[in-house]
Design a protein around this ligand. Structure first.
Ligand code: ATP
Length: 460
């Protein structure tokens, strides 16, 4: 094994913090794990849900305004994971959804031919690779009680196909007009040859995909417009713009369905890698499904009296990869020096409050003083309808701050003796301490202004 680089060790540190604070655990860990599968713990499940909801809430709505100010709608879909095999035959996945693969004749390991490792063969010297072969990434299963060839089905390798398959139904029920979008979030499965880099490349993951149907000829404008929109979406979740970049695919590297494609890239600790692909899929999928099913008719454009299959721009994002990008972007190790000159390292996830798993933590100064606990419970009750609130009464306040820093909680509220009018500052009765995660500054805030104070800062 080669020595881990500084950047790999950063990923190791993030992985360790994720385990420590309950963001992400290896799947089936107590049985030794299973390569390429991960579980999201309490903090991770919430973080993931917040990102998922933010995608859905910002996209699935009426009355978007396009590049020329024209109005359009995006509607939602939640389709089944297993579909008829005919879907995958028509879409070309049964024959073309593969990665190039090689084996090492010495150590018998398999690798993706376009992502070969820079490590030596464990059997000594360089790996001795076989010829490149295609490996289909779709997971197979059987539907029904008979396990013969006729019952084989696939776990979907992308969520997009169901959108094309239900296109006609959605169009009929919504009576929407081109341009419009159909969006879906859901699990996808790929039997990746080498899952790696924590949750970056796994075998089960979630996609957030939208098929945006447009009039042929308008694709260039929409492609660039969606690229800008999608870049902004990541920035609005707090990702630093400089960590994002854009890469247009060369023509010879395009997927079988795409005419052009641009990737939004993120600067991960292991290199700049794809976060989201925005493909121009032409009318390829609708044409294929129209031909194979004979059930999809040409769209009738009432403005121009033309009939056509709309073209498609597809922003396709990975939810798990977005979670990883956010974790990497937000992770900080800060050296703190106290008044005596002692140094300590503070680990913090600087999540945007919009997506932080916990927005506010509430601490009674002491857990064994009913008058403090009582008051803290009332403050907790006041905040809970508005924010994601966590109660914490363990250990000293400094330790609780550190715990919440590592969870990425933007604000902590402490109820102390002054709050109940039994401290040294009688004028501070009915006020609490609010501590800011990023500046670590503490201010006193009257309880009846607390909701407003926090709302102003967390910008929901
Ligand atoms: P790659 O080249 O990394 O294999 P891809 O170009 O095949 O990815 P797409 O088919 O465009 O990926 O999928 C859209 C998005 O789904 C990707 O941008 C990524 O965020 C996510 N995604 C794809 N494969 C995986 C995976 N194995 N694990 C996690 N997320 C994935």
């Amino acid at each position: 094994m080669s020595k881990p680089t500084k950047q790999q060790s950063l990923l190791d540190k993030i992985t360790a913090a994720c385990k420590r604070r309950g963001f992400i655990f290896p799947s089936s860990e107590i049985y030794g794990g299973i390569n390429g599968f991960w579980d999201f713990g309490p903090a991770g499940a919430q973080l993931k849900r917040n990102i998922r909801d933010y995608w859905w809430d910002t996209l699935v709505r009426n009355g978007h305004k396009g590049p020329d100010g024209e109005k359009f709608d995006i509607v939602g879909l939640d389709a089944s994971i297993i579909m008829s095999n005919k879907v995958w035959e028509a879409s070309g996945h049964t024959t073309s959804f593969s990665d190039p693969m090689v084996d090492c004749r010495k150590c018998k390991q398999r690798f993706r031919a376009d992502l070969l490792p820079d490590t030596k063969c464990p059997e000594g010297g360089d790996h001795d690779y076989t010829e490149v072969r295609d490996f289909n990434l779709m997971f197979k299963t059987n539907v029904g009680p008979v396990e013969d060839g006729s019952s084989i089905a696939y776990l979907r390798p992308e969520t997009a196909q169901a959108i094309f398959v239900q296109y006609q139904n959605v169009l009929t029920v919504t009576r929407t007009k081109v341009p419009f979008g159909i969006a879906q979030i859901g699990k996808a499965f790929r039997n990746e040859i080498n899952p790696r880099n924590f949750i970056f490349r796994s075998r089960e993951f979630e996609q957030m995909e939208m098929e945006f149907f447009i009039k042929p000829g308008t694709e260039d404008v929409w492609h660039h417009w969606w690229l800008e929109k999608r870049l902004n979406w990541y920035v609005q979740m707090g990702i630093v713009r400089d960590n994002l970049s854009v890469e247009w695919h060369p023509q010879d590297k395009l997927a079988h369905y795409a005419k052009s494609c641009v990737d939004i890239m993120f600067d991960f600790p292991f290199g700049v890698q794809e976060l989201e692909g925005i493909a121009f899929r032409t009318d390829y999928d609708l044409r294929q499904h129209a031909e194979h099913s004979k059930k999809i008719s040409l769209y009738f454009d009432t403005e121009t009296n033309e009939r056509y299959h709309p073209y498609v721009i597809e922003p396709s994002a990975g939810l798990d990869r977005t979670v990883l990008a956010i974790l990497c972007d937000a992770y900080r190790e800060e050296i703190l020096t106290d008044s005596k000159g002692n140094q300590d390292v503070r680990t913090v996830f600087r999540f945007h409050p919009r997506i932080a798993p916990v927005t506010v933590a509430v601490f009674p100064l002491l857990r064994n003083r009913p008058e403090l606990v009582d008051k803290a419970e009332r403050v907790f009750g006041l905040l809970q309808p508005h924010f994601r609130v966590q109660w914490d009464d363990r250990g000293n306040i400094g330790k609780r701050y550190r715990y919440q820093d590592e969870l990425g909680t933007p604000y902590c509220v402490t109820i102390d003796f002054d709050t109940i009018g039994a401290g040294e500052h009688p004028e501070q009765k009915e006020t609490v301490t609010v501590r800011d995660r990023d500046t670590m500054e503490q201010i006193r805030c009257p309880i009846d202004e607390l909701v407003g104070y926090l709302k102003e800062r967390v910008l929901f």
